[in-house]
Design a protein around this ligand. Structure first.
Ligand SMILES: Cc1cc2nc3c(=O)[nH]c(=O)nc-3n(C[C@H](O)[C@H](O)[C@H](O)COP(=O)(O)O)c2cc1C
Length: 197
């Protein structure tokens, strides 16, 4: 039995296409069976803290050097790391904002990724991600449509950062595009027609 972590990062609530697409992915996974729990983390309803001067200091420590104050300052970070440990499948919904991921999703990544926690170095000083067996489904909503020749910064960035700092390489991306076009009608079934399980 598998556990799903569903990350929502659009501020548009029930109007959000990335939330609807990521929720449709979760629904399909649940319908397919073999799912134990679904944990939802809405990054807009409970926003991640921004890394500030004091908390950044804790991020540079190795886990052995943490003290009681570290645990207070890293409380959010530790909670989301625990959620990642528990999850087999992570479904991430994000709007495209200026070719990139949403601000709360970036803040979540900045809290999540930590040396000695989400990645470590082996004897040859190669980075080894700690979440190698997990799968990510990425649901991206954009007002425009992909233009031939324009790099897909958003999913390329997310794939690279997950690979380098968590070890996750299995990332399947689904896009809902053209959401600001007049008369736009979402067709989630069509987008997820070829979804792999
Ligand atoms: C600040 C801002 C920046 C945006 N940047 C882009 C962009 O770079 N490319 C694009 O296609 N759409 C862009 N959009 C449109 C959103 O991607 C689109 O409205 C999308 O549906 C939002 O996701 P959501 O429905 O999950 O909230 C932008 C919208 C806002 C408010």
């Amino acid at each position: 039995m598998k556990n799903i972590l569903h990350i929502i990062s659009s501020a548009r609530g029930s109007e959000s296409y990335s939330k609807a697409l990521s929720s449709a992915i979760v629904d399909r996974l649940v319908q397919q069976g073999n799912i134990n729990t679904v944990t939802t983390r809405d990054l807009v309803k409970s926003p991640p803290p921004y890394a500030d001067e004091t908390s950044i200091y804790e991020f540079y420590k190795t886990p052995e050097a943490y003290n009681e104050r570290s645990n207070q300052l890293l409380s959010y970070a530790n909670t989301i790391v625990d959620e990642m440990h528990k999850a087999d499948i992570i479904v991430i919904g994000t709007p495209m904002f200026n070719f990139s991921i949403s601000t709360p999703l970036k803040a979540w990544l900045d809290q999540l990724i930590r040396a000695g926690v989400t990645y470590a170095f082996d004897e040859q000083w190669n980075r080894v991600g700690q979440f190698r067996d997990k799968k990510v489904y990425l649901a991206v909503a954009s007002g425009g449509r992909s233009i031939e020749g324009t790099p897909d910064y958003l999913s390329a960035y997310l794939k690279d950062v997950l690979k380098a700092y968590t070890g996750i390489t299995d990332v399947e991306t689904y896009r809902i595009e053209g959401t600001v076009e007049p008369g736009f009608e979402p067709d989630y079934d069509h987008i997820l027609e070829k979804m792999k399980f």
